[in-house]
Each structure stands twice: as C-alpha cells, then as structure tokens.
Design a protein around this ligand. Structure first.
Ligand SMILES: Cc1cc2nc3c(=O)[nH]c(=O)nc-3n(C[C@H](O)[C@H](O)[C@H](O)COP(=O)(O)OP(=O)(O)OC[C@H]3O[C@@H](n4cnc5c(N)ncnc54)[C@H](O)[C@@H]3O)c2cc1C
Length: 397
C-alpha cells in the first residue's frame, strides 16, 4: 500500500489551497456578518476566476469540463476547500450537485446527460436531491412514502420531502419515490428527474436552521409533489434500483464530506494555535499555550485529525482498488469517526477562544453551528455504528 501523492496532485492541491486562503478566506467577514446573500456576486466572480485558472469542478469528468479527479485527489482537494465555507461553492463541487452529477454521469441516458449534466458541470444550473420525508425516519429510507405511479407514458408523483438541500433556485430535483410498492423492500423505489418548472412541483418553504432562514444555494427546502407528471424517460437508472443508486451516490460523497471536515479541523487547529500563543491569561504574561490543559487539547486534536485523515485516505484507496461494497465498513467508520473528530476539535477551538469563540468575528461559530449536522446527514452516527457492529458480531457466529 503506497500512499505517496504524486507531484502533480500535490501541485494541484497547493494551487487550490492558495486560492482558498488568498481569495476566499478574506470574504469570510462579510459572509459571517450577512450570510451567503452578502457574498453571492463575489462568489460568481470567484467561480469565473477558478474556471480561468483551470481548477473548476475537480470531480466532474474531463469530457464535461471538469478535472476528472479520482477519489483520493478529489478528497485532498475537498480538504483544501473545507478551509473556508465558500470553498466548494467557488469550485463547483458543493453538495448536493457533486453527488447528483455522479448519478447523472453513471446512470443517466445520453439525453439526460445532455440536458442536465452538461449545464450542471458548466455551473449554469443547480440541482437538489429529495429523499428524506418529515413524516418518516430518514435514517431508514425503506420507510419513504412518496409515490410515483405510471399513467400512460407519464409518472405521476405525490408526496412531501424536506431537507432538500439547495432546492431554492435549483433547476432540477432528483427525487426518490416508491414505484413498485409490492416489490421486495430494497426494490420498491426508483429515482426520477423532475424539472422544478413541472406543474405539481412546489417549493413550500426553506426550513430555518439554527438561526438562519436559508436562501438560494445555502438552504434546505420543503417540497410538495401533487399529481406532478413527468415523462417515462425521466426515470434515472433502472426502475426499482433507487436504493442501489442512492448507495452509489453516498459512498464517494462520504469521502468528500470527511475530507472537507478535515479541512475545517485544520483551520480550527490553526486558529487554536494562534490564539493559544498570543492570548495572555495573567499579568505576568502567561499565555494560554502555557497551560497543560490547553496543550492536551492541542495534542489530542492533532492526533485525532491525523488518525481521521489516514482512515479517510485509506478508505478512498480501498474504494478505488476493491470497490465501494468491499469498503462499506470503512465508509461507515469514517462517517461517524470523522464527524466526531470535527465536533470535538471545533468545540475545543471555540472554548479556547472564550467569548470570542461565540462571536462571528472568527469562522469557528459558523462551523460549529453549520457542521453539527455532520453527525446526522448521510446516515446518523448510530445507524453506521450499528451496521459496523452487526457485521463484526456476525463474523464470529
Ligand atoms: C443539513 C442537512 C442537510 C440534508 N440534506 C438532505 C438532502 O439534500 N436530501 C435528503 O433527502 N435529505 C437530506 N437531509 C436529511 C438527512 O439525510 C436525514 O436527516 C437523516 O437521514 C436522518 O433522518 P431523520 O432526520 O428523519 O432522523 P430519524 O430517522 O428520525 O432519526 C433521528 C435520530 O434517531 C437516531 N436513530 C435513527 N435510527 C436509529 C437506529 N436504528 N438505532 C439507533 N438510533 C437511531 C439517530 O440519532 C438519529 O439522528 C439533510 C439533513 C441535514 C441535517
């Protein structure tokens, strides 16, 4: 097993990081004060700059104008982008578009790719992904109730979704709906492409999240489908294969998320180190860094970040060499382990900053608030832990 990173990849990641630190981090004060709306125009300019630099859409295939990065390279880029809340948006690889693009690329028909993947890769449209329903446990998607019934040569969709990230302003919703209620549980659902202009599709509202109302690409929508009709051809991938597609979408997506979280951890660590070495806590000039408690926080954070990083890179390597199925335990483990590291490191960094940590004068409070969800989306901690434990216990019986 060789984890050497090629000079080309190192150079690519260094360029991304340099752009994030020099161009995006300086926009943070405005973002923290006014939200995403405050920096949207600037973000548009940044996206154009990133394109000119040849760094646009690292995860998209080459034929669609992306960099065609493999999982490890995209992971390393995600880490660099995680250093600023604007990173993934500026580089055209934010959730849920990145995962949707992968779905369209892997399972879309030529016509679906032409119609949706090409403009998505060009950054001309955004998309959203509707699976979770308020009325049913999202942790167990077998319970989903949204129905799509065939009527002639059309699918008729009825049901409600929520937490449809980025629905506000999206052009297309990839929706997961029950198409075959009598089939075996994992073959009941399919994915369908629903253009948002379709009659019967309604964005009811953006759900307020921890103090912000959400708008545009930084929002989570509540969607209603009421006799919403789309043509037969809007089925994405084979009928009844929705769960398989969802898994295919989530596997690599978890690598991207975990590496992004590690970029956040590194940023938090840098802030922690700077504050610890400059904040005096006694008239004699004793620094926070002189405290053994603070040293322990720093040492624990460093070790946890290092362990998490190795776990994620190893998992990416496993997926590339043995496939997503063979690596499913590793994927589950990084999902809960890295989300936990993220929370602990952010909590220590915030605590170390005292009152300043609670303000929006550093990026810590933003991350603390926005990234709490890491332990919930793409499968809550408990569900991943249970599946790892289940397979381990089975291996000895
Ligand atoms: C910021 C954010 C963005 C999201 N974006 C999207 C999106 O774009 N599209 C989409 O479809 N969904 C999205 N989701 C939804 C997300 O996938 C669900 O919230 C998640 O799957 C959990 O489902 P739930 O909220 O219904 O919680 P529930 O299923 O009700 O579970 C609640 C809690 O119960 C515990 N739990 C659940 N099952 C078990 C179990 N078997 N054993 C022990 N404990 C258990 C867990 O602690 C869990 O957090 C998003 C969520 C968030 C927070």
């Amino acid at each position: 097993m060789d984890f050497t990173i090629s000079p080309e990849t190192n150079e690519l990641v260094a360029r991304v990081r340099e752009y994030v630190d020099s161009r995006l981090v300086p926009l943070e004060p405005r973002l923290l004060e006014g939200g995403f709306g405050e920096v949207l125009d600037e973000l548009r300019s940044c996206r154009a700059e990133v394109r000119k630099l040849g760094l646009w859409a690292p995860n998209y295939p080459l034929e669609y104008g992306g960099l065609g990065a493999n999982l490890v390279t995209h992971g390393l880029i995600s880490e660099a982008l995680g250093r600023c809340p604007l990173g993934h948006y500026a580089f055209g690889c934010n959730a849920p578009d990145a995962g949707n693009a992968e779905l369209l690329h892997m399972y879309g028909s030529e016509e679906q790719k032409r119609k949706w993947l090409a403009p998505l890769a060009a950054g001309d449209i955004r998309t959203c992904f509707g699976m979770t329903e308020a009325a049913n446990s999202g942790a167990n998607p077998l319970m989903l109730e949204t129905r799509a019934m065939l009527d002639g040569d059309e699918w008729v969709i009825n049901g409600d979704k929520w937490f449809t990230t980025g629905a506000d302003g999206a052009a297309l919703c990839i929706v997961m709906a029950v198409t075959d209620p009598d089939a075996r549980p994992h073959q009941r659902a399919s994915m369908l492409l629903v253009p948002v202009a379709t009659p019967g599709y309604q964005l009811v509202r953006n759900t307020p999240i921890m103090g912000h109302a959400g708008s545009d690409l930084f929002s989570h929508g509540e969607i209603r489908f009421q006799d919403c009709r789309v043509p037969l051809d809007n089925l994405l991938g084979p009928r009844g294969e929705g769960f398989r597609l969802a898994q295919a979408r989530l596997g690599p997506g978890r690598i991207h998320h975990c590496m992004r979280w590690l970029g956040i951890c590194e940023r938090a660590m840098e802030l922690m180190l700077r504050r610890a070495t400059t904040r005096e806590i006694s008239p004699e000039g004793k620094l926070l860094a002189d405290s053994d408690i603070i040293k322990e926080w720093i040492a624990d954070s460093a070790a946890e970040i290092r362990a998490a990083r190795l776990m994620v890179l190893h998992t990416a390597w496993r997926i590339e060499h043995a496939g997503a199925r063979a690596a499913r335990d590793e994927v589950s483990m990084i999902k809960y382990y890295v989300a936990g590291v993220l929370q602990r490191v952010l909590d220590r960094a915030l605590q170390l900053h005292g009152g300043l940590g609670m303000t929006d004068y550093t990026v810590l409070a933003w991350y603390y608030r926005e990234e709490r969800a890491a332990r919930i989306y793409d499968g809550p901690d408990e569900v991943h832990k249970l599946s790892v434990a289940r397979r381990l216990l089975k291996s000895v019986t």
